[in-house]
Write a protein that binds this ligand. Structure first.
Ligand code: HEM
Length: 567
């Protein structure tokens, strides 16, 4: 069995006592700077509560309108011959599992204890990046009264789901096999465990023949994903210990990304239900369904999400003038993207969400994204993944626009990060086997990875790109922690500050935006099976509300939309 198909995390990651006040000395020691190892806290396995059985075989209500219904011809105008039954699901290994560099510039700062301490200080709870959300007012007021979080501004141009699609895309294309934090390494020292293509290997695994645990048994259901029920609506299939049976374990890290994963399983099953009766060969029906899923997904990346993240002008520029910096003809993930630019998404996360409108005994389910006080509970009052209970499903009208007035905004792209991100549950973190987990602050972890990969500064990359670097005065806060960081700034911090200065935090700026746009478009252009290559004139074949196929349409076809749920 393909090792990347196996869930790698377990419920054992839940901390009994999150060591929020771990001394800096212990932390530095854990990085190898001192003598003591900072181990993972003792952990207690959180038990999951099982739902009360399946509703139907896809975990949906029998009245869902897509059940058994026929969809329009999904492949109209397409020549089905490229979808040979023997076509491999995963691309051949052409080196896509290697991380690469775009810029060979000097490291932003030479590794030292002083630098490590400064990066820890920049990313610490209560430090310059902490939005200081008043978590004590509870999840509802954090949404309804944005004035309570003056440092953590809403982004009216993104909906709350843009964050989790961003995370879902990350998990489709990149997974560092295990570099140690804050210890300099050559890029060859780690591997990317995902295929660097927007091919949904995080959903399909190796396909039904290589990853049969993801799929139903039996010839007549060949290629159909297993989906279970959480009690009210669909849930990921789970093992007895509650861990999800998925191709990518990180897609059960929080409730919203679990919901996206199961939405994509449902989307594929809907395509297959439609295609199978029309295709004599079930394997061919599987590949056609998979291709339809992938191309609609890639369409959304290029036409809905990338423009939100980088601005339409940047997308147009890269498409019309070509890639200027990420010029590789092979789909590989650059470290400037993996460690810095694409982690911009951590800034979009809200402190709390409304998970659904009426799933909590008829009431809305509001919760903080993570609340360490809830650790170990079978149905915690937060949005951690890996738990099954009837209220733990996503009402998508909060996250994507179904034109019903229910959608909520994202947070802006800036250096102000939601407070729960400074104290992650240990179940969300991984480290190479035998290594300490390290800090629970996501910003600190991001910054220390810059030392791991010896990345050049934001200023250096701006110069290479021919844009004016930010002024020292724009970076006075980080310079106040270590003077040199105001003129040679870690790339992640730089691109977040740049986004704030250039676009008021609505999307990335010239350096971050170009890195993300060139890599996204490059990964699509370097994938021979993407719609850009295999069918350049292709446009979505599925129905849309507005004439433009959007995420709300995909969720509707998948049968997980508000109307299908009746809430
Ligand atoms: C609740 C939401 C999220 C949580 C809890 C989360 C958490 C994490 C954690 C713990 C890591 C590993 C940190 C390290 O040790 O270096 C990570 C890595 C990463 N995250 Fe997130 N993240 C979230 C959302 C996002 C979003 C929205 C994006 C982008 C739009 C994103 C992009 C990335 C990338 C590119 C990596 C590196 C992945 C790799 O190659 O291993 N994340 N995230």
């Amino acid at each position: 069995m393909d090792s990347t198909d196996q869930p790698t995390d377990s419920l054992d990651g839940a901390a009994t006592s999150a060591d929020t006040n771990a001394s800096r000395r212990r932390f530095l020691a854990g990085l190898g700077v001192g003598g003591v190892i900072l181990g993972a806290p003792a952990v207690a396995a959180a038990q999951t509560q099982r739902g009360d059985g399946r509703r139907d075989r896809d975990g949906r209500r029998g009245s869902d309108r897509h059940d058994g219904g026929r969809l329009p011809d999904l492949n109209q105008g397409l020549d089905p011959t490229p979808v040979a039954p023997t076509q491999p699901v995963l691309a051949p290994n052409d080196g896509v599992n290697r991380f690469v560099r775009i810029f060979d510039g000097p490291v932003f700062a030479e590794p030292s204890d002083e630098l490590t301490e400064a990066l820890v200080e920049v990313g610490r709870p209560g430090g310059i990046m902490d939005a200081n959300d008043p978590l004590e007012v509870g999840p509802i007021r954090l949404i309804a009264e944005p004035e309570l979080s003056p440092n953590n501004r809403d982004n009216p141009t993104h909906t709350a789901g843009s964050t989790f699609i961003g995370q879902f895309l990350d998990h489709d294309i990149t997974s560092d096999a295990g570099s140690p934090l804050g210890v300099p390494l050559p890029e060859s020292a780690s591997q990317n465990l995902r295929s660097a293509r927007f091919d949904l290997d995080s959903v399909y695994g190796g396909g039904p023949d290589v990853s049969p645990h993801l799929y139903h048994d039996g010839r007549d259901r060949y290629g159909q994903f297993r989906i279970e029920s959480g009690g009210l609506f669909e849930d990921l299939p789970r093992a007895v210990d509650g861990s999800a049976i998925v191709a990518e374990a990180r897609n059960d890290e929080n409730l919203i990304i679990s919901g996206l994963q199961v939405a994509f399983l449902s989307f594929h099953n809907a395509m297959l239900r439609d295609l199978a009766p029309r295709q004599g060969n079930r394997r061919e029906a599987f590949f056609l369904a998979q291709r339809t899923v992938r191309w609609h997904y890639q369409w959304l990346i290029l036409h809905q999400f990338l423009p939100q993240y980088v601005g339409q002008a940047m997308v147009d520029d890269v498409l019309s003038r070509g890639r200027q910096f990420y010029t590789s003809p092979i789909a590989q993930i650059p470290l400037e993207f993996q460690t810095a630019a694409y982690r911009f998404g951590h800034s979009m996360i809200r402190p709390s969400y409304r998970a659904n409108l009426a799933g909590d005994n008829g009431e809305p389910f509001f919760a903080l994204v993570f609340d360490l006080g809830e650790l170990g509970k079978p149905d915690p009052d937060d949005l951690t993944g890996r738990h099954r209970a009837p209220r733990r499903f996503i009402g998508w009208q909060t996250f994507f626009d179904f034109a019903d007035g229910e959608v909520k905004p994202n947070k802006r792209v800036d250096t102000s990060i939601s407070t729960p991100m400074f104290n992650l549950p240990t179940s969300t973190i991984s480290s190479p086997s035998g290594q300490p987990l390290g800090p629970l602050s996501l910003p600190t972890r991001n910054l220390l990875r810059h030392t791991t990969w010896q990345l050049p500064s934001g200023q250096y990359i701006a110069q290479q790109m021919g844009t004016d670097p930010l002024a020292t005065a724009d970076l006075a806060d980080i310079g106040g922690i270590l003077g040199s960081l105001a003129t040679s700034t870690p790339l992640w911090f730089y691109i977040l500050r740049e986004a704030d200065i250039f676009s008021g935090g609505l999307h990335l700026g010239p350096v971050g935006g170009r890195l993300v746009a060139e890599v996204f478009i490059g990964l699509l252009q370097n994938d021979p099976m993407s719609f850009l290559n295999a069918a350049p004139g292709w446009t979505p074949t599925l129905p849309s509300r507005t004439g433009e196929f959007r995420m709300a349409d995909l969720l509707t076809v998948a049968g997980v939309d508000p109307i299908s749920r009746g809430q």
